[in-house]
Design a protein around this ligand. Structure first.
Ligand SMILES: Nc1ncnc2c1ncn2[C@@H]1O[C@H](COP(=O)(O)OP(=O)(O)OP(=O)(O)O)[C@@H](O)[C@H]1O
Ligand SMILES: O=C(O)C1=C[C@@H](O)[C@@H](O)[C@H](O)C1
Ligand SMILES: [Mg+2]
Length: 172
């Protein structure tokens, strides 16, 4: 089995890029956040509200391990925080795993997230100034984990198609 794992900060484009990559390669795409929502029968927001983040991180780890263990070839889009909890970052280095960090600058992330934050509980209640500061600090804290990926693709100022092309070159 081969697993292509896309990771990176909220809004870097994991879900968008993975969907497009899936169409071109015919490798089925699994979105970890969606799998968790289906298993819990709750939205990510509801899981955070009702059970708290620690519980969410437990579900997230269990689901990630389960997806990696399946015998199918898959593209897996992680949640923004997945590599930063449990031993998930170690799993990025496993045999049969092609892990790719979609690296975006603070400005790119801010511009994509500012009008699109309601479904992202970590930033949903922040104003614009708080959000920019939060993204800068949070990205810095998380970079160590994101950099455990085997490959890195910069997504700044690139179209979806250009980023997909960069990934296809890694996979070739
Ligand atoms: N060049 C681009 N590549 C990827 N996404 C882009 C691009 N330009 C604009 N976008 C938009 O940026 C947003 C990226 O969000 P997406 O949900 O794919 O990110 P994500 O990394 O999966 O976030 P999360 O971790 O919160 O699930 C989408 O609204 C998408 O349409
Ligand atoms: O960056 C994060 O920690 C998160 C990102 C989303 O994909 C979701 O997994 C959840 O909102 C947490
Ligand atoms: Mg996503």
């Amino acid at each position: 089995m081969k697993k292509i794992v896309l990771l990176g900060y909220m809004g870097c484009g994991k879900s968008t890029i993975a969907q497009n990559l899936s169409k071109i390669t015919n490798i089925p795409f699994l979105d970890l956040d969606k799998c968790i929502e289906e298993r819990a029968n709750l939205s990510i927001n509801e899981i955070f509200e009702r059970h708290g983040e620690v519980y969410f991180r437990k579900l997230e780890h269990e689901m990630f391990v389960e997806l990696l263990q399946s015998s199918e070839n898959n593209i897996i889009g992680l949640g923004g925080g997945t590599p930063c909890y449990a031993n998930n970052h170690e799993l990025l280095k496993g045999e049969g795993v092609t892990s790719i960090y979609l690296k975006a600058s603070i400005d790119t992330l801010y511009n994509r997230l500012v009008h699109n934050k309601s479904k992202r509980p970590l930033i949903a209640n922040m104003n614009e100034e708080e959000m920019k500061e939060f993204i800068a600090k949070h990205l810095f804290d998380r970079s160590f984990y994101y950099n455990q990926a085997k490959h890195k693709v910069s997504v700044d100022n690139k179209s979806v198609e250009e980023t997909v092309q960069d990934i296809l070159e890694i996979l070739a």
